[in-house]
Design a protein around this ligand. Structure first.
Ligand SMILES: Cc1cc2nc3c(=O)[nH]c(=O)nc-3n(C[C@H](O)[C@H](O)[C@H](O)COP(=O)(O)OP(=O)(O)OC[C@H]3O[C@@H](n4cnc5c(N)ncnc54)[C@H](O)[C@@H]3O)c2cc1C
Length: 398
C-alpha cells in the first residue's frame, strides 16, 4: 500500500527546505543541477553546515551524532536535499565505512574516525576494485604481509573515486592464501599521504577527473590499522556494499530530474506548442515517473524493515538495479530534450568571454557530459548483471 505522508512529515520537509534554501551557496547549487561535482572545499563547507545544525549524519545512531529521525523523515530529508541541489553526503566514509566501524571496529577506531567523517575533516575513498577484480572482487591480488608491528602493502587498485581528493582510504587486501579466496581478505585503513601510495588520474569520456588508479609500493601501516579480524574482510565488505547499494538508488535526484525535465521541455518549441505537450515526451516521462514511484515505495518498505531490525535481503540489489536504470533513462530523455544545446557548453572551442547564455538555456549545460557520465551507474557498486545474479541465487534459488 502506498505510504501517505502525514502533516508532521510535510512540516518537517518544509523546515528542511527552508534551512537548505537559506544556507546553500547558489554557485554550488548550480553546479549540482548541471550534474557537475562541487570542489572538495565546497562539499566540506556544506557538510560542516549540516553537522553544525545537527543534521550531519541522519543515517547514524544518535550516540554517534545521528539525528534520531524515523525512516520517513530520513527519506524526506534526502529528497529535499537533492531536490534543492545540495551536495550529497560524503558517501564512502559516512554510508560505507562508518556502519562497518560501528559494528566491527574497535572503540579507538570509532572515537578517532567517526567524528572526522561527520565534520568531513577527513574524506575517505574506497579501495576495493582492481584491474582483474571487479565483479569477481574476491580474486583481488593487492597484498599485505605482516612484518613485526606493521602491515606492508603492495598492489594496485582501480576506479578509485575521488582518491585524488581523499585524505584516507579503506582497502580490501589479501592477507593470506586461504583455500577459499574469500577467506584470505582483510580491510586496512590508511592515510593517502603514506609513503609508497601513488594516485594516477583516469579521465572519463566526459572529460572529467573523477576516478583514479592507486598504486601501493611497500606501503607500511601499523598492525592496528585493520578493521575487525584478519581474514574476515569479505564479511565486512559484503556488509559495506549492502549500504552502498541502497544509497545508489538516488530517488530524490531522479524526482528532481523528472521535475526539471518537464519544466525544460515546456520551454522547447514543438509543432506550434511545446515539447512538454507532445505525446511522445509525455509518455516517456510518465513511464519513468511511474517506475520512480514504485522505487520510492520499495525504498520506504525496505527502510521500515531495516528500522524494525530485519536484514535487507535482496531489496538492496533490486533498488540498485531500478534506481540506476531510471537514472540512465532520465539522462537519455535529457539528451533528447536539449542534447544539441548541451554542446554549446563544451569547454574546448568556446572563445574566452563568449556569452553562452545567449546560445542555450543554462539547463542544457553539461547534459551531454552527464549522459556519458551516467553510463557508470549500471556498473559501479556491483554491475546490474551481478545484482541480477545475486537476486537469482538468493531469492529465486536458481
Ligand atoms: C565511475 C566508477 C566509479 C567507481 N568507483 C569505485 C570506487 O570508488 N572504489 C572501488 O573499489 N571500485 C569502484 N568502481 C569499480 C566498480 O565497482 C567495478 O567497475 C564493477 O564492480 C565492475 O567491475 P569491472 O569494471 O572490473 O567489470 P567486469 O567485472 O570485468 O565486468 C565486465 C562486464 O561483464 C559483466 N559480468 C562480469 N561477471 C559477470 C557474471 N558473472 N555474470 C554476468 N555478467 C557478468 C559485468 O556486468 C560487466 O558488464 C567504480 C566504477 C566506475 C565505473
Amino acid at each position: 500500500m502506498a505510504y501517505q505522508y502525514t502533516r508532521q512529515d510535510l512540516a518537517f520537509a518544509e523546515e528542511a527546505r527552508q534551512f537548505i534554501r537559506t544556507n546553500l551557496d547558489a554557485g554550488v547549487k548550480r553546479k549540482i543541477l548541471s550534474n557537475q561535482l562541487p570542489t572538495r572545499a565546497e562539499r566540506e563547507a556544506w557538510q560542516k553546515c549540516l553537522a553544525a545544525k545537527g543534521w550531519g549524519a541522519p543515517s547514524w545512531p544518535v550516540e554517534y551524532g545521528g539525528t534520531g529521525w524515523n525512516v520517513v523523515q530520513r527519506h524526506l530529508f534526502d529528497e529535499v536535499l537533492t531536490e534543492e541541489g545540495a551536495p550529497g553526503y560524503p558517501v564512502f566514509g559516512m554510508t560505507m565505512l562508518a556502519p562497518v566501524l560501528m559494528r566491527f571496529g574497535t572503540q579507538q577506531q570509532k572515537d578517532e574516525i567517526l567524528p572526522a567523517i561527520l565534520s568531513m575533516d577527513n574524506f575517505w575513498c574506497q579501495g576495493f576494485s582492481e584491474p582483474d577484480a571487479g565483479s569477481d572482487l574476491a580474486s583481488l591480488k593487492a597484498r599485505a604481509r605482516l612484518e613485526g608491528n606493521e602491515w606492508v602493502i603492495n598492489g594496485q587498485k582501480i576506479w578509485t573515486t575521488l582518491a585524488h581528493e581523499a585524505d584516507k582510504i579503506f582497502l580490501l587486501v589479501r592477507t593470506s592464501d586461504a583455500p577459499k579466496k574469500q577467506l584470505g581478505l582483510s580491510i586496512l585503513l590508511l592515510d593517502m599521504d603514506t609513503p609508497g601510495v601513488t594516485v594516477r588520474p583516469i579521465i572519463t569520456i566526459d572529460g572529467h577527473h573523477e576516478v583514479n588508479e592507486v598504486f601501493f609500493d611497500d606501503v607500511r601501516v601499523s598492525k592496528d590499522s585493520m578493521i575487525g579480524e584478519e581474514g574476515k574482510g569479505w564479511t565486512y565488505a559484503k556488509y559495506l556494499l549492502g549500504h552502498e547499494r541502497t544509497s545508489i538508488a538516488r530517488i530524490g535526484q531522479s524526482r528532481r530530474e523528472l521535475g526539471r525535465l518537464r519544466a525544460t521541455a515546456a520551454k522547447v518549441p514543438w509543432k506550434g506548442g511545446t515539447l512538454a505537450e507532445a505525446e511522445h515526451f509525455r509518455r516517456r516521462h510518465a513511464q519513468i515517473a511511474i517506475r520512480h514511484r514504485v522505487l520510492e515505495e520499495t525504498t520506504l518498505r525496505l527502510l521500515e524493515k531495516v528500522a524494525a531490525g530485519e536484514t535487507s535481503g535482496a531489496e538492496a540489489n533490486l533498488l540498485k538495479i531500478h534506481g540506476s536504470e531510471i537514472q540512465l533513462d532520465l539522462a537519455e530523455l535529457w539528451m533528447d530534450v536539449v542534447g544539441a544545446y548541451s554542446f554549446a557548453y563544451a569547454q574546448a572551442g568556446v572563445p574566452a568571454g563568449a556569452h553562452l547564455e545567449q546560445v542555450a538555456p543554462w539547463e542544457a549545460d553539461y547534459v551531454a557530459g552527464a549522459y556519458f557520465n551516467s553510463r557508470k551507474v549500471a556498473i559501479y557498486g556491483g554491475s546490474n548483471e551481478i545484482q541480477r545474479n545475486i537476486i537469482a541465487k538468493a531469492e529465486l534459488g536458481l
